[in-house]
Design a protein around this ligand. Structure first.
Ligand SMILES: Nc1ncnc2c1ncn2[C@@H]1O[C@H](COP(=O)(O)OP(=O)(O)OP(=O)(O)O)[C@@H](O)[C@H]1O
Ligand SMILES: [Mg+2]
Length: 368
């Protein structure tokens, strides 16, 4: 992830100061694509061959092919805060790893900040900051400042620039007073802030944030999201591609969202337009003791009901009833439940959420 690790001694210098995107060393200029597209993918595909168990290998069974990223076409605009929303295993992290050059694609192309991810992987790396939730990103036995100074030094900055960048990122993220604390003593929330500081050290125009608030408590997450949106995206004008399976996070933060499922983009729009794509104005959610096909057919015949989705979560039968007006059909619904020997242990009416849109499109929820 750094010039020294990659064995680069120097880069071709591009004399286009107005398009300089790498702040710090005067030596490097990275040219943008010229249009306002920060990230572009075309039929991007990553296929993993999953290793079989010992028994399957002895039986010479074929390896299972997993299309983690399956023909993704995507354009993210400069300064956009773009969300990839999908359940576990949807391919979100794999897509981020492809775009940050940690994985090579099996098919298709992509450019980041105008640079091709295969032909110009070094320039891509210098144009981005990355946080990966699944990996340990800091040295726990070093302090925040020591970590940041170490990672900044990998960008071949001058000592004075290193000090300045570390100072700037500590201040930006509000952790300057904890600079001397060992990472192992940080709360998980503040540790995530140091990881974000690390991603900002090279002042990249583009940030990839993989599940930035996973495992953080709700009140810390709220502040952290505000920091991402107000300070990093708006004030610092960074393009951000983040992954999440929290629909509230995507709804609050993102200018646009792509729903991703089984490696494919199944819908892409603003949160508002995605929610508008559900015609129905109200959704009745029920947790039922049982749900027979005959009962569902009878419910579907009720006039105000547009459609019904059934799903099982934690061994419970859930039903979502999409309607124009809950009050006009709720009595009839409960009548039909009683007739079929079922009753609701939980009942709620709500406006459509992103999760409802996701369920309508894919037939399953964001928790898979
Ligand atoms: N190195 C690998 N080898 C084999 N299969 C892999 C590998 N990495 C990912 N996969 C598979 O690719 C698919 C997509 O995984 P990925 O981690 O990209 O999903 P995700 O959307 O980030 O999920 P999560 O929300 O759980 O982080 C999954 O089926 C996963 O098992
Ligand atoms: Mg992931």
């Amino acid at each position: 992830m750094c010039p020294a690790q990659l064995g680069f001694k120097s880069l071709p210098r591009r004399h286009i100061p107005s398009q300089k995107t790498f702040i710090g060393s005067e030596a490097f200029y990275f040219v943008k694509s010229g249009d306002d597209i920060a990230i572009k993918t075309n039929d991007l595909t990553k296929i993993f061959l999953r290793r079989n168990s010992l028994m399957s290998r002895l039986k010479k069974k074929k390896k299972i092919e997993v299309r983690a990223v399956d023909g993704i076409d995507l354009e993210v605009h400069e300064r956009e805060l773009f969300g990839l929303l999908g359940p576990n295993g949807a391919g979100k992290t794999s897509l981020i790893k492809l775009l940050s050059t940690l994985l090579l694609p099996d098919k298709g192309t992509a450019s980041v900040n105008g640079w091709d991810i295969e032909k110009n992987s070094f320039e891509v790396r210098m144009s981005i900051g990355l946080t990966l939730s699944s990996e340990r990103q800091l040295y726990w036995k070093l302090s925040a400042q020591e970590n940041l100074e170490y990672f900044a030094s990998l960008y071949l900055l001058r000592p004075s620039e290193i000090r300045q960048r570390v100072e700037d990122t500590l201040e930006l993220l509000g952790i300057a007073d904890q600079r001397d604390m060992l990472i192992e003593n940080f709360s998980s929330g503040n540790r995530q802030k140091v990881a974000l500081a690390r991603a900002l050290l090279n002042d990249p125009p583009i940030l990839f944030l993989d599940e930035p608030t996973i495992g953080l408590d709700p009140s810390f997450s709220k502040g952290f999201r505000k920091l991402i949106k107000d300070r990093i995206n708006k004030s610092e004008s960074k393009t951000i591609l983040l992954t999440t399976h929290y629909m509230d996070e995507a709804d609050q933060l993102c200018n646009r969202i792509a729903f991703i499922n089984e490696g494919r983009i199944v819908a892409l729009d603003t949160p508002r337009n995605l929610k508008r794509s559900i015609d129905e104005k109200e959704i009745i959610t029920l947790n039922l003791t049982k749900a027979s096909d005959a009962m569902v057919s009878e419910l579907e015949r009720l006039e105000p009901i547009h459609s019904i989705e059934r799903y099982v979560q934690d061994d419970s039968n859930f039903m979502k009833i999409y309607t124009d007006s809950a009050s006009s059909c709720i009595q009839d619904i409960f009548g039909i439940l009683i007739k079929h020997g079922s009753h609701a242990t939980y009942y709620r009416t709500s406006k459509p959420t992103l999760e409802d849109v996701f369920i309508k499109i894919t037939g399953s929820g964001l928790d898979g």
